[in-house]
Design a protein around this ligand. Structure first.
Ligand code: MSP
Length: 513
């Protein structure tokens, strides 16, 4: 079978989510990026790749300081509490991160200081005065042209503030040409294509130097060469991706993982990731990231979800209705990763019923019922020449291509084709009407083999359910020990093992329940 899932010859996969601000509790927008990163990490672990999945919380900056003041607690206390909420949400959603970074950790402070000291020593940082219009919610300065009605932030639609202070500046303007050269030499570095063009547009307009330190607040990483200054939250935050793999502490480890990283991010933070971050890395003498995948917004009623718009939906509310895997599946399958997607409860019910309850759930329950009734509960082996065998081979290739392209909806669509074909195969043969014997065994063995392969291929998206399928069809060990592509090869179901009939995997939901 062709080895379609490899990311590089070294078989390593490093994936990150943005680190989330602790002024807000986790909502489904945060979960969307995180579940996607998790599924990718799980896919690469199945491939046998050495995988590292980093997420965490962004805890400095004015926004967090003010959120803490509003709650009448110290900034660090506030950050600790909210960071814990993110960890709880990720535990609920079966997120298998390898490391959770908090920007208030000493290891991160050390890494930021070393990284920016390198930029300073290399002559890319200088002192100046900054006066500008600042949006606290974005933690960013705007020009008047960017503002709505000359006064409001284009993202948060609320008035910006006038700030003036002595700052350290990063000589971003000097990186216009190096960035253009890097973009040209790495046409796939920023995906999808439209987002690459957007980033190139920003660079081609000409880049201005940016202020990277603040004296007006103390809640941040101190500038090592100038007491009284802290780094502006974004320049500390971006460096988390380097801290996570040992920057400044373990050069060997850093060299192992960097720059072959896959950053996932929403389009709201494209400029920081696709323009500033590669420039900062060049300034520090490091290579820019291998891949930046920019995805769209999850909209609710046509609007971006946010605290200020009071339209947030929290993971636990949906998990209560759809289960963890119902939640994960929906967000991976329903929106093309890269585009905006409009969330609706009705849409979620309908996708759940069709794909999970009817297709996957039904296949397992039909097979287990007939095996119990007509084969004494022992699953027969598949046929080597089953008509489903070539379908399974195509499905593996398409599924692998989907995950490789960071297109979970495409990968899952491919996997579900095998489920649909197996259900059609059952309907054509009607094993529930057949007499026990070799003909019946052949039909059931093939369907059990499909269930085994689907359990492997769908496990990055719906891990808990797939482990349950694995157990019910009588497979030994756990799915985590399976390796692709071998585990997707036709003929792996041994036969002669007990098949368990259990409760429905996904009880059907009533529309509007
Ligand atoms: N702290 C910065 C990121 C620093 S990364 C070095 C930040 N944090 S955030 O809490 O605002 O989270 C931003 C990310 O959360 C987005 O880029 C996106 O990945 C995810 N999302 C938050 N709301 C979202 C939607 N409504 N839709 C899709 N993703 C969203 O920015």
């Amino acid at each position: 079978m062709p080895d379609l899932g490899r990311v590089s010859a070294v078989s390593r996969f490093y994936v990150t989510t943005p680190i989330y601000y602790v002024n807000d509790v986790p909502h489904i927008g945060h979960a969307y990026t995180t579940v996607t990163a998790d599924a990718l990490a799980r896919w690469h672990r199945l491939l046998g790749d050495d995988t590292f999945f980093l997420t965490g919380t962004d805890e400095h900056g004015l926004k967090v300081q003010r959120a803490a003041e509003a709650n009448a607690v110290a900034a660090h206390e506030h950050a600790t509490r909210t960071s814990a909420r993110f960890r709880e949400a990720w535990e609920l959603l079966d997120i298998s991160y390898d490391d959770f970074i908090r920007t208030t950790e000493p290891r991160h402070h050390r890494s930021v200081q070393q990284f920016l000291q390198r930029c300073y020593d290399n002559g890319h940082i200088y002192k100046g005065t900054y006066a500008g219009l600042y949006c606290v919610a974005c933690e960013a300065y705007y020009t008047e042209d960017d503002l709505i009605d000359g006064e409001s932030c284009p993202i948060h639609l609320r008035p910006v503030e006038h700030l003036e202070e002595e700052n350290w500046f990063f000589r971003l303007s000097a990186f216009t040409q190096p960035l253009l050269d890097w973009y040209e030499a790495n046409p796939d570095a920023v995906r999808p294509e439209g987002k690459r063009n957007e980033a190139l547009g920003i660079i081609r307009q000409g880049l201005e130097d940016i202020s990277i330190s603040r004296t007006s607040i103390s809640w941040g990483v101190p500038v090592p060469w100038d007491e009284g200054h802290v780094f502006y939250v974004w320049y500390d935050a971006l460096i988390n991706y380097a801290t996570g793999v040992g920057y400044g502490e373990d050069p060997e480890r850093f060299a192992t993982w960097w720059p072959d990283v896959h950053h996932l991010l929403g389009k709201d933070i494209l400029r920081f990731h696709c323009v500033y971050w590669p420039a900062m890395l060049l300034a520090a003498g490091e290579a820019p990231p291998h891949r930046l995948f920019v995805h769209g917004y999850l909209l609710v009623g046509g609007e971006k979800m946010s605290k200020t718009r009071l339209n947030q939906i929290f993971p636990a509310d949906l998990v209560a209705d759809f289960g963890v895997d119902g939640f994960r599946y929906h967000f991976l399958r329903d929106t093309v990763f890269g585009n905006d997607g409009d969330f609706s409860y009705e849409g979620m019910v309908s996708r759940y019923n069709s794909d999970l309850a009817n297709n996957l759930g039904n296949l397992l329950s039909r097979v287990a019922t007939v095996v119990a009734k007509k084969c004494g509960g022992v699953g027969p082996a598949p046929r080597p020449d089953s008509p489903l065998a070539p379908v399974a081979a195509e499905v593996y290739a398409d599924t692998a291509a989907g995950w490789q392209a960071i297109a979970p909806s495409q990968a899952l669509e491919a996997t579900w084709r095998l489920i649909r074909e197996a259900n059609a195969h059952l309907e054509a043969n009607e094993p529930w009407k057949m007499e026990p014997g070799p003909a019946l065994d052949a039909v059931l063995g093939d369907a059990l083999e499909v269930l085994r392969i689907v359990a492997v291929l769908a496990s990055p998206a719906i891990p808990g359910t797939c482990e349950e399928v694995w157990r019910r069809i009588g497979m030994p060990g756990t799915l985590r020990d399976q390796r692709l592509p071998a585990a997707a090869g036709w003929g792996g179901y041994p036969g002669g093992v007990p098949v368990t009939k259990g409760d429905p995997l996904f009880p059907r939901m009533k529309s509007g329940s």
